[in-house]
Design a protein around this ligand. Structure first.
Ligand SMILES: Cc1cc2nc3c(=O)[nH]c(=O)nc-3n(C[C@H](O)[C@H](O)[C@H](O)COP(=O)(O)OP(=O)(O)OC[C@H]3O[C@@H](n4cnc5c(N)ncnc54)[C@H](O)[C@@H]3O)c2cc1C
Length: 415
């Protein structure tokens, strides 16, 4: 794999861009791999990447029923932050955030990480106390956040109305090194690096069955034939329940659609991410100038990957008091993705009842920000067969034992 560089751009400019090689190969599946990762979203690709980079395992196939990055990874609003309340969450999300900082250099691929700052508005007295508590917890965890008053909020976001009649802005939790990244670029960067290490990324290859013998997985049945493996990693977000069913175990997961929309592009007017959790809406401005707006998850379980008018209306109505300028915007597009929600709103990185099968899911509405940290921790779990420090608390056992990692305030609606 040839490195991208300023020199390469100049060279290709001189020869009409004829010399770029494909970013990743599209190989035919082999009969057998050491590890199969199901799901070529960000988490699956990052798992494969860190298996290769950190553990030297490169005989890997990443299978996807669609195209890589076509699930939630390519549908999310890309908010990155690590201001969670509980220690295990802060640890894995902060690891991910710090890996985002060096993603472009590490992978020689521009992930467009933009640490523009994330502000979570406190619009009720309950939220003020909750976010103050989170700021104290973050200080102990080594995560840089600060509770700021309404005047500082107005300084950070001049277009905001802090004196709304229903929900005045009483303050906010500010994480200056949070931000956004380019979702496709994260998937593509990992895919290119995996392919460069000799791994096979096989698209349009749906897994339809998991074959096992004596409590161990022997391989998978796919729309492109049977493939054997020594270890299996299931990383399919909203489809986790289906895959677990194929493997013969159950998960405490509900799948629901989460929707988002973007406006027409406008001139730069907001250079940070703002989340308004009381009213269920959040907004940032893309590099193209569109206002990227996200709302809450559907109130009923479903597998719908498209948007609905109800959500556009609900979300915009909720935000317009705080951001009066959006009443003048035309909305361009809306879409949805299937997110995988656990009861405590924390992820699952776990061994399963099948000895050599591991699962990574439950990131719900907020897993984009976790991709590098999740891949790092999942790779360790798959390589060693036991979770390392980042994944130790996120096992399936916690639901049986009542050791919940309650992040319903930090992650229930907000991303
Ligand atoms: C509208 C929306 C906004 C969001 N906003 C944010 C945000 O701002 N910040 C944030 O941190 N998170 C956000 N999220 C959540 C985030 O997108 C997800 O948590 C994250 O992308 C999950 O990544 P993944 O790799 O696990 O799943 P996915 O990207 O969904 O990948 C799973 C892959 O598995 C494949 N697959 C499924 N079944 C099979 C099968 N049988 N065989 C083979 N392949 C299969 C799918 O095709 C898919 O490509 C948002 C989600 C949505 C929908």
């Amino acid at each position: 794999m040839r490195r991208y560089s300023a020199f390469a751009i100049a060279r290709e400019a001189l020869r009409h861009h004829q010399g770029w090689e494909r970013a990743w190969r599209s190989p035919e599946p082999k009969k057998r791999y050491k590890v199969i990762v199901i799901g070529a979203g960000g988490h699956g690709l990052a798992t494969a990447y860190y298996l290769g980079k950190n553990h030297g395992i490169r005989d890997i196939a990443v299978l996807d029923k669609g195209w890589l990055g076509g699930g939630n990874t390519g549908r999310n609003t890309t908010i990155i932050r690590s201001n969670y309340l509980q220690d295990p969450s802060a640890a894995i999300y902060e690891k991910a955030r710090s890996l985002y900082e060096t993603f472009s250099l590490d992978l020689n691929y521009n992930g467009m990480f933009s640490p523009r700052g994330v502000l979570m508005l406190a619009q009720t007295h309950h939220e003020v106390r909750g976010y103050q508590r989170t700021a104290h917890a973050n200080a102990l965890q080594g995560v840089e956040t600060e509770f700021v008053g309404p005047e500082r909020v107005k300084e950070i976001v001049p277009i905001i109305n802090i004196e709304g009649p229903r929900y005045p802005v009483l303050g906010g939790l500010w994480q200056p090194r949070g931000g956004t990244a380019r979702h496709d670029a994260i998937a593509w960067g990992y895919a290119r690096a995996c392919s460069g290490m000799g791994m096979d990324i096989i698209q349009k290859c749906a897994v339809t069955g998991v074959r096992s013998e004596g409590g161990k997985v022997t391989g998978v049945t796919t729309t492109r034939g049977d493939i054997d493996c020594e270890k299996l990693a299931i990383v399919v977000a909203g489809h986790s329940g289906h895959l677990a069913d194929m493997a013969g175990f159950r998960l405490p997961i509900e799948s629901v659609a989460l929707q988002a929309l973007v406006s027409e592009p406008i001139k730069p007017c907001m250079d940070c991410v703002v989340m308004a959790n009381t009213v269920h809406g959040y907004m940032s401005q893309s590099d193209k100038g569109e206002m990227v707006i996200g709302g809450g998850a559907d109130g009923h379980n479903n597998y719908t990957q498209r948007g609905s008018f109800l959500h556009v209306e609900e979300t915009v109505r909720a935000l317009v008091e705080t951001f009066p300028m959006i009443s003048r915007l035309k909305m361009l597009r809306q879409w949805g993705g299937i997110v995988d929600m656990t009861g405590d709103r924390s992820p699952i990185l776990s061994k399963t009842p099948l000895g050599n099968c591991f699962i990574n899911c439950g990131w719900g509405t907020g897993g984009f920000k976790a991709i590098p940290g999740s891949g790092w921790a999942m790779a360790e779990l798959v390589a060693k067969g036991e979770p390392g420090p980042l994944a130790a608390e996120f096992g399936l056992d916690r639901f049986r034992e009542g050791r919940f990692i309650d992040e319903s305030v930090a992650a229930g609606v907000a991303h």
